[in-house]
Design a protein around this ligand. Sequence first.
Ligand SMILES: [Zn+2]
Length: 382
Amino acid sequence: MRDVHREIGHWLEALGAVVRIDAAGNLRATYAANGTSAARLLIGSHLDTVPDAGSFDGILGVVLAVAILQALEGRRLAYAIEIVGFSDEEGVRFGVPFIGSRALVDRLDDDLLNRQDARGISVRKAIQDFGLDPHKMGDAALAGDACAYLEYHLEQGPVLESLGLPLAVVEAIAGQTRSQFAFLGRANHAGTTPMHLRFDAVAAAAEWITTVERIAQQTPGLVATVGSVETQPGATNVIAGEARVSLDVRHHDNAVRLQAAEQISLEAAQIANRRGLKLSQTPGLNQPSVAMDPALSDQLEESICKVGCKPHRMVSGAGHDAMILAEKIPSAMIFLRTPGGTSHHPAESVAVEDVAKAIECGLHFLDQMASSPNFLSRTCRA
Ligand SMILES: [Zn+2]
């Protein structure tokens, strides 16, 4: 992270930006306005990544922001631009995502700072070890001049490629419901127990899993996943007495998501009941969806049209820093087509032509913001 700060920091300084690292380890670079306007537009994404990652998730959005600044060729706008490279979005080390962006919305609290990694090192200690002062976290929070946030990110999925489109406006980031289910039957001998005298936990789980898939297929926009199945005792010649399964349900409309999660849970109870099994359910994450700012999204759509692309709007199934920033300031996102839909994998890539379109689109967006009479006054925080 130190190396990437140094490298990108040098690029930004060469473009006339003033660079600092805030107390949460975020790279912050301010490119001043041409006048005395106090307004600023934030453009950014995250610098961290996952183990065995590709080269574009997150950092593409930061480097694109640098490239847009470079494309201004020294021109200053009616508002300041702040480029942000978030320190920890993925949550790999501490098991909590968005540590960097939470600092900007003043939500990097003691609970989070005390959270420990696998070696017992807290977030607070890690920040100190990096040479930063957690007591200065307040300086990382957004000031009143922060007007809006724009994030470029890989789609990390196959939709844009399937549509033959390079860019899309992200309308909303889907909400998520996660929970654990356990089907509890009776373990017994696989050879001596007739089929009608079994309480097979795996067969019950299997029936339910296909039901989950069917419900998602029949509900527009819903995605539901059973990604983990653990069986006990887990032997070839023993009927499973227990099957623990995970559930992940996502939709941009909270009501639809909650209703689907409810129906899925009801189906599990009915299947367990019909088969003479017990069911236990442990709720996990329940995260509401986050809408991106409609006015900014319209502006993005216009800028996509200006570079000769068909505007497309979509929902992000993955979480992004923009959903955290949206708590405090109007936020918008633009997705780039992801070849093969491959991400969080070394084969992750992006097309050079798509990046060129994204830069061009960004320049239009900046000019639109500068000439939008209401923009600065409308979107700045009080
Ligand atoms: Zn990312």
